[in-house]
Design a binder for this molecule. Sequence first.
Ligand code: FAD
Ligand code: NAI
Length: 475
Amino acid sequence: MSKNFDVIVIGAGPGGYIAAIRAAQLGFSVACIDEWKNAAGGPAPGGTCTNVGCIPSKALLQSSEHYEHANKHFADHGISVSGLKMDSAKMIARKDAVVKQNNDGILYLFKKNKVSFFHGRGSFVKPVEGGYELAVTGAQAETLTGKQIIVATGSSARALPGVPFDEENVLSNDGALRIGGVPKKLGLIGSGVIGLEMGSVWRRLGAEVTVLEAMPTFLGAVDEQIAKEARKAFDKQGLKVELGVKVGEIKSDKKGVSVAYTNAKGEAQALEVDKLIVSIGRVPNTTGLNAEAVGLKLDDRGAIVVDDECRTSLPGVWAVGDVVRGPMLAHKAEEEGVAVAERIAGQHGHVDFNLVPWVIYTSPEIAWVGKTEQQLKADGVKYKAGTFPFLANGRARALGDTTGMVKMLADAATDEILGVHVVGPMASELIAEACVAMAFRASSEDIARICHAHPSLSESTKEAALAVDKRTLNF
Ligand code: FAD
Ligand code: NAI
């Protein structure tokens, strides 16, 4: 017999589980279906983000950063360490424990908010009077009927054509997060977000890392000045990035992986590595949804076609997160999930795509929100730019990390902040002030007039705002 709900969410990643909780808060009866299994075959809600994405990658970035500090930077503070060792199995076990805490946290939140959770694959069966019938298959077989359906099935790593992931030698983000020991030589294809974050983890632990990138520019979507500063820091650390390459044949055997490629000068090259991470973007998860049964429209990338408000081609069916257009980021998925639940309730949920921040959790961290200088130029917008280097910030000096800067871009006529770009320590935290300022349509003068705690890294944001008006106080 079918179980009936007001709202059924397929997928319990950040888009889905947050949509389910918000819909329940708004008084709907809600079910959430997710098929992710933990090592014991049990439910592991949280999607890519919790299981093989944001959370585990940040756990490994933290562990490897501690190791690098102990190895290279403690001595500057007068701390000597002898017999420093890296137990990578323990590091992985800690990461797994952090993931489990998050899985359990979501199951707890479902209970607390009275969301009915179904462990298995959700797929469309047919439209029914006033809604849709869905099948749950796998661990738990059920038939559910929902008046409104939110699809939040996320994305998976894209493989190179003809080079499937074996997760032993050729790794997706999944295998990259559970490499047994530190590889002597590690190769990465793609110097995007995963390439830089995962490359940093294993470089810090002692691997010789080479990243092969097809594009001729480094981090093309990032403000050029910021990307240049980051590249300088990565070069200094020994993270080797080759731009403008064309990857050819990849052979993998027990000894490792060999990658044939052509470099930017057109010369044939070979890279021999113990492990290869392929991080060339992600594809939306729509296979298994049985979208054809109900005529749900997909685009040529396999993403679900939605309008600005996440409405699909079918009445009462919505889609959010990585499975639709836009940046593949957990917080973007969450915002869309909340907005859709509110729209179902007749409210006016809203996501401002210009204010979705980006963070790359390398060292230095890179974070930005709004427009880059090159975008403003291309759009013909007249702007003023202000930068402030962490070198001149007292807190950064005390921390022992003065890499990078804060850069602010403001409209030349109105002074409204159009973009903020940070490369340096705690950029991930500093960017929040910029998001708040831009959400309130602040001017650079507004930030310049706000009292910031001393000594703090955030004083660099204030100084960058002062720099827009060419009146920094500490530089
Ligand atoms: P997902 O998180 O992919 O969740 C989808 C869920 O749906 C999964 O559990 C899947 O099993 C389930 N599912 C799919 N099909 C079905 C079906 N038919 N039936 C039932 N269940 C189904 N983003 C950030 O913002 N910050 C970061 O630091 C960050 N780090 C990342 C690091 C890595 C290594 C990776 C790979 C990604 C990272 N991301 C990060 C991106 C982030 O993980 C995604 O943007 C986010 O998880 C998307 O959320 P989602 O809910 O759309 O989909
Ligand atoms: P990406 O889109 O960030 O980077 C992929 C890179 O691979 C690009 O630079 C691209 O030019 C390059 N590339 C593509 N095909 C290639 C080829 N054949 N040979 C060589 N290079 C090639 O994708 P990535 O790193 O896989 O990450 C996927 C997504 O996951 C990100 O876009 C982001 O949305 C999300 N993510 C977010 C993180 C964060 O917010 N901190 C961390 C990790 C992932």
